[in-house]
Design a protein around this ligand. Sequence first.
Ligand code: NDP
Length: 418
Amino acid sequence: MNTPLRNILVIGAGGVGAATAHKCAQNNDRLGDVWLASRTLDKCRSITDDIRARGNLADPGCRLEARQLDAKDIAATAALIREAEASIVLNVGSPHINMSVMQACLEAGAHYLDTAVHEGEGEMNMPPPWYARYDWTLRDRFAAAQLTAVLGIGFDPGAVNAFTAYVQKHMLDRIRTIDIMDVNGGDHGRYFATNFDPETNLREIMEDVVYWKNGDWVTVPCHSRSRVYDFPELGEFKLFSMGHDEIHSLALNIDAERIEFWMGFSERYIEVFNVLKNLGLLSPDPVAVEGQPVVPIKLVKALLPDPASLAEGYTGKVCIGCEIIGEKDGRERTVFIHSLKDHEACYADVGTQAISYTTGVPLVTAALLIAEGSWRAGTMVNVEELDPDPFLAEMPKQGMDWAVIDSWGQSPRTEIKL
Ligand code: NDP
């Protein structure tokens, strides 16, 4: 039996950081002290103030601390891990800081979790598999130190990887295709906004699409593959194939003919995106404006609403899930394993919209499993390498239900236009 671990350091104070810190606080009787650190101290303080104001501390006797930190400074991050006596670090900063936070964890002896693959600043179209370029290079060091690093444990990547492992373990003898689908049926009332960091969001949409087919990576231009899918409660949405983190580990860990990720976009979103792209406003390369260097994508980010500000008044639901088609006992079976979450319910619980919430809940669920022992792998893993059962038993207790639509025969819900 593993000894329970105590004390959490959360790094990053955006929407996901807020949802994560609230959920840690709601579980601090199991997780111990909660420290929140980010580049901007005020953002940390407003989250810790909100946690207290909402009465979200399960054990008011545990410490709740806010700190300023540049997580690219490995020594400073390791020092903070030691000061907090943190056993587990939850990295929900920008995807540029994974490598330095992981190195700090190795230095200070802490377990590590994140929600997105590491990206170099301004880097686009990384060669597949994306994790191999940076994150997986530290796997041997985590194994040697017997520390657990769980990569990509938000919703997608994250819970969807656990969904896939669950279907493989319990529902299918052979998997043919995995389609991960993410649709936001909500309304934030703004002309145009991104639900998380605009730089990350717009770049991932603009990149070439990479998916897995017949044992190899296939690359096609963005928005060149679409499908319509009929989601439970939300109805039909048009989805576009996109490159996404989870494909880059699932392809190596799960045997399937095709693995692909699809995101739903409104007509408005695609229209604005195309204008920004065609004008060069999504470029990470600086242009001279009256002698001053200006990075177009950073200008766009500065003009767009702060994703965290969308939470109040956001209505409607998100649905994220995997349609997995394969065979069981010689018969074709189609499984749609998914979660639905309401923006308003998330706001009432932790003061964020559902995109942040659905990322923070799986992350804190995994932290609980590491703290209490069942997911303490003692090496670096992607989520599908772990037992999905304890995770899918705990996640509903943390605020995210999940469900399965099970049909024998080809899915009636799908239409793929290739
Ligand atoms: P935000 O951009 O809103 O927040 C990122 C936070 O990280 C900010 O508070 C920022 O500080 C902080 N930060 C950035 N660089 C540093 C640094 N060097 N040192 C310390 N803090 C730093 O992002 P989100 O909250 O929307 O998303 C967080 C992460 O979650 C991202 O990696 C995103 O890709 C991922 N994500 C994953 C999902 C999933 O389902 N797997 C879904 C949604 C997001 P400052 O405020 O000063 O800029």
